[in-house]
Every structure is written in structure tokens, then in C-alpha cells.
Design a protein around this ligand. Structure first.
Ligand SMILES: Nc1ncnc2c1ncn2[C@@H]1O[C@H](COP(=O)(O)OP(=O)(O)OP(=O)(O)O)[C@@H](O)[C@H]1O
Ligand SMILES: [Mg+2]
Length: 145
């Protein structure tokens, strides 16, 4: 499934589409360059899950993990600043996979093998101007949704 968005709002709306398609426990990996719109999409996803208003969702670049108490609980991770698998292991992410939660991960592809294969991948690319091309791929076999 592929979307082309022309604004922050449209990218956040793709997050809402994803919210309707996932059933917790779920892992959503957001994959794309700096500024591709990962955090913007995460805002829409967290808001549509009812875990927090979009404006309260800030990039976890420095804190690594943000937790939103909702039903389901939502975790938003940004692994950009980490470099090694042992560093990732110190976060104790196994505890997250065991919960009935939605775990949203930016820059997780750096540590592919340390993360669950059963996941929804969201690939974001810059298009012309402010446009973004967003592709959803589900599961370990990377079958298009
Ligand atoms: N169509 C669009 N969709 C999403 N963001 C857009 C769009 N057009 C412009 N932008 C701008 O691009 C930037 C996207 O930033 P965002 O923090 O979401 O990216 P990111 O992929 O999370 O980056 P990082 O890798 O640094 O975490 C914002 O400044 C946003 O306003
Ligand atoms: Mg980001």
C-alpha cells in the first residue's frame, strides 16, 4: 500500500490509517532519511490510538524512549543516537515485545536483528517539494499490505 502526502497533516493521517490496521501487540518500524517524516507520522499514529494528543508527541531522539499510557500503551523509540547492539540491549526492549502495546521505532533498521521480525514497516521517502512517498510493508516476509 503506497501513499503520497503533500503536508505534515497528510503524513499524520497515514499514521491514523495505520492505527486502524494494527492490533496490539504490534511493532511499527518507521524507516527513512532525516526529515522524511517519521516523527510526523508517529504523532498521527499515537493520537489515533488515543494514547496522547499529537502535539504532545515529541521526538525521542535524546530520551530514546517515550511512553504513552493509553489502551493500548504506546512506546515511541528513536535509536538514531545508538551505535551498537549492546547499547540497544541495555534498553531492555524485550519487556516491550511482551506487552499488549504498540511499539513505534525510528532508526530501528540499524539494529534489524535485535528487533522482532513480525512487524509493520513504514518506508518514507522525500518526493518533489514537500511531498513524501510512504509505503507500508507487513511481516517478516515483507509482503505489501
Ligand atoms: N509531506 C510531509 N510529510 C511530513 N513532513 C513534512 C512534509 N512536508 C514537509 N515536512 C516537514 O519535514 C519535517 C519532517 O520531520 P520529522 O521530524 O517528522 O522527520 P523524521 O523522519 O522523524 O526525522 P529524524 O530522522 O530526524 O527523526 C518537518 O519539519 C515537517 O514539517
Ligand atoms: Mg524523528
Amino acid at each position: 500500500m503506497t501513499f503520497r502526502t503533500g503536508s505534515d497533516e497528510e503524513t499524520a493521517a497515514v499514521g491514523a490509517v495505520i492505527a486502524e490496521r494494527i492490533t496490539p501487540p504490534a511493532v511499527v518500524m518507521l524507516i527513512g532519511d532525516l526529515g522524511a517524516g517519521k516523527t510526523t507520522l508517529a504523532k498521527g499514529l499515537v493520537a489515533a490510538l488515543g494514547a496522547a494528543p499529537a502535539e504532545d508527541v515529541l521526538s525521542p531522539t535524546f530520551s530514546l524512549v517515550h511512553e504513552y499510557e493509553g489502551d493500548p500503551k504506546v512506546y515511541h523509540l528513536d535509536l538514531y543516537r545508538l551505535e551498537t547492539v549492546p547499547e540497544v540491549e541495555t534498553l531492555g526492549l524485550e519487556d516491550l515485545w511482551d506487552q499488549r502495546a504498540v511499539v513505534i521505532i525510528e532508526w530501528g533498521e540499524k539494529f534489524d536483528l535485535a528487533l522482532p521480525g513480525d512487524r509493520l514497516e513504514v518506508h518514507l521517502k522525500h518526493g518533489d517539494g514537500d511531498s513524501r512517498i510512504i509505503r507500508l510493508i507487513s511481516g517478516p516476509a515483507a509482503q505489501p499490505l
